[in-house]
Design a protein around this ligand. Sequence first.
Ligand SMILES: [Ca+2]
Length: 242
Amino acid sequence: MSKKKLAGIIVGCVTVVIVIAVTAAPTPTTKYTLNISVNPAQSGSVSPSGGKYDSGVQVTLTASPASGYTFDQWSGNASGTSATIIITMDFDKSITAYFEKELPKWVDQVQIAWTVGWPENWNADAANDGLRIWVELQDSNRTMIEYTGMSMPVQIELYSTESVTYPLEKSRLIYSGSGILTDWNHDCFCTGAIGVKDIPWQDISSPLPNEDQDNGILYVTVTLPNGKDYSADYSPIQIRNK
Ligand SMILES: [Ca+2]
């Protein structure tokens, strides 16, 4: 065999080996990134929490609410209200799981708000210092609803009244303020409860319009966690220390 022929065979073999090697090398797979976020922060979690996936891979996402929250919906590169969904990683995806605060079960039972206010002595001396306001929530059977750990805004208004003859009519706004309902056993009419708001006499505007100036009408509006407002009034209320 001539040197030239031998060289030709060697070159041929090497070429075949190279061709085989190139053909056998794995094709690099495209990977896509999955970014998961949760809104509001700390309201829940998603499994898996994100990562890199081969193109075309299907990923099952499961949303789990934190205590006191429920799953609401997916948004971004996914949609739906089911807590478990399957997505296909065919491009980089950013997905947000939305959770919302779970409403307390008693919220739907509230039908009535009651309020009352009495002169109270809340410092060391013997004289009453102002009005103490209580608010109570009731169901349709007028049974007090027990709740705890709430933060429910209460708007409070006091009006003077020209007369103590029913029906009482409001004359002039003499106090406007706000309070917070927190626990049923602190904000109810119970003896010894602290009430929802103390209004010092000096915060109630004066002079009052006429000889019935010691009487007024109390209005409160409670806003529940579902956004519903419940109003209550109480009259005549003694709005000056006697
Ligand atoms: Ca006092």
